[in-house]
Design a binder for this molecule. Structure first.
Ligand code: HEC
Length: 490
């Protein structure tokens, strides 16, 4: 079982709320009532042209229309005066010899109406999510640049089992609280059904300037790179904003000015809960929280270092299909392994001894070379992650091309006879990026810890196009990433 399924499994508890205790509970009730009406009524009450009735059961505005002259379909807080309840209870709807709606389902719809008939959307799709977030931003206070959104809406499929959203929210809150400066006692949800959660980077303590950009021969450069960005680099479900009115407005208003490292509008809360639980991401975020703007003085205790990455556990990034929106590949993920696009170059990289013989186990003081093959002409970017997690860029200057079908020995470390391996023991990772088109090389970001800094290699892919919906200038979904690991012992 995957982590996600295990985590969801724990939340498959169908609880029919008897007493409504909070906004989130009434949202959950709205989701359940919607699902019942969808199941028993929406087939005929779809609102589609030619449907047997003009009533669209999932159109909340129509269902609760106060201007309706006839008895209300749904009269908020008055279930017995609501036509849908009357018809279900007397058995006239669904009509004919269709099975009646079970009493416990009618009870849920009743409870929903009595509790104020909280609004639900026609569909829990991304259109809904972008519209809800836009609405939130339009009425938000001035510091909305620090807002970020997590969502659960994608879990609510129309034929799905009713989920216990309360439990899902709580798992997310706990996961988030394991990596924040000050505990969040309650989550802020922005839609009536409570499926979209808003956080503020300032409240989380995630806005600190924990990183600087390391440049050869120059002093480090201040960069805007938040803890949310560290997380975003790992996020495998990102999408560019689609060309819809709401997404376009939201991009102008908030996404452009707040400039996250990837233009992701919302992150799946269930992904976050498992991602923080199952990887060294948690330790890294916690250590970054300590920095809090300043440089961390003194020597870090060695046990504060993130647990070493277990390379055998690294899962390959999913090769994404062509959805409607442009997917954002987590090409710079630290905790994921390689990426082989369906329509991209096939590349292969092996480590060798100075004579060119394949070799993966070395002793300190020896030298290593790399040989790269590609099935087509590519441009490359190469980096090395040493045993401490320190990055060095190894892209051969002015010679970053590999011809298709020809094995090429790349000169690493500037030395003709290979890279000299010092006395660091453990695993070294060479990570190669390759694409048919030229692309900007990565930036090396390093946390301000005095020792055992947390590093990331960031390709500034996915700039927002001038016109939302336009394809990216360079499409990283066509870029391959491959890793060669060597082990160095005494
Ligand atoms: C098999 C198709 C079908 C199903 C299923 C069905 N209905 Fe209907 N419903 C109709 C038709 C047809 C009408 C219009 C009847 C008429 O005008 O005489 C109607 C009318 C109604 C009306 C009155 C609409 C109006 O404009 O005044 C309500 C309210 C209603 N249904 C509720 C429900 C509810 C609640 C359910 C589910 C529990 C349901 N229906 C399931 C076919 C269906």
């Amino acid at each position: 079982m995957t982590g996600l399924i295990r985590w969801l499994g724990a939340a498959f508890v169908v609880a029919v709320g008897s007493a409504i205790t909070s906004a989130a509970d009434s949202g959950d009730l709205a989701i359940k009532a919607r699902l019942i009406l969808k199941k028993h009524c929406a087939e005929c009450h779809s609102g589609a042209a030619g449907a047997p009735s003009t009533l669209a059961m999932l159109d909340y505005a129509q269902l609760t229309d106060k201007d309706r002259r006839l008895p209300a379909f749904v009269k908020s807080s008055a279930a017995s005066n609501s036509q849908i309840i009357q018809f279900m209870e007397e058995g006239s709807m669904p009509p004919g010899d269709r099975p009646r709606v079970p009493a416990e389902d009618i009870a849920v719809v009743r409870a929903w109406i009595e509790g104020g008939a909280t609004a639900y959307p026609k569909k829990f799709d991304d259109v809904f999510a972008y519209a809800a977030i836009l609405k939130d931003l339009q009425s938000a206070p001035a510091d909305f640049k620090s807002f970020r959104y997590f969502t659960l809406h994608h879990l609510l499929t129309d034929d799905g089992v009713p989920l216990d959203l309360g439990a899902l929210r709580e798992s997310f809150r706990k996961a988030l609280n394991s990596v924040v400066r000050k505990e969040l006692v309650a989550l802020k949800t922005i839609d009536p059904t409570g499926t979209i959660i808003r956080v503020s980077l300032t409240d989380l303590g995630w806005d600190n300037h924990a990183f600087e950009r390391i440049q050869d021969g120059k002093p480090p450069l201040e960069v805007d790179f938040t803890l949310f960005d560290v997380m975003l680099l790992e996020y495998p479900h990102g999408e560019m904003p689609p060309a819809t009115k709401e997404a376009e407005q939201l991009t102008q208003l908030w996404l452009r000015p707040s400039a996250p490292v990837r233009p992701v509008t919302f992150v799946r809360a269930d992904w976050f809960a498992t991602a923080v639980d199952g990887t060294p991401l948690k330790t890294d975020l916690k250590r970054l929280l300590e920095l809090n703007g300043g440089r961390k003085r003194g020597i870090d205790a060695p046990e504060k270092k993130s647990p070493p990455l277990k390379l055998e556990d690294l899962a390959n990034l999913p090769a994404l299909g062509q959805g409607k929106a442009v997917p954002i590949v987590a090409i710079d993920a630290w905790y994921a392994a390689d990426y082989q696009p369906k329509n991209g170059p096939k590349i292969d990289m092996i480590s060798t001894d100075p004579e060119g013989k394949p070799k993966t186990k070395f002793k300190s003081g020896e030298r290593v070379k790399l040989e790269i093959r590609s099935d087509s002409d590519v441009f490359i970017d190469l980096m090395l992650i040493d045993t401490e997690g320190t990055i060095s860029q190894q892209t051969p200057i002015n010679n970053n091309r590999i011809r298709g079908g020809v094995a090429k020995e790349v000169r690493i470390g500037g030395a003709k006879d290979g890279l000299f391996l010092g006395d660091g023991h453990g695993k070294y990772r060479f990570v190669l990026f390759a694409a048919a088109d030229t692309f900007p090389e990565g930036e090396r970001l390093s946390s301000k810890h005095e020792s055992l800094a947390i590093e990331r290699y960031v390709h500034r892919f996915y700039p927002l196009p001038a016109k939302i919906g336009d394809p990216p200038r360079f499409d990283p979904a066509k870029m391959a990433r491959t890793t060669a690991v060597i082990e160095v012992t005494k």
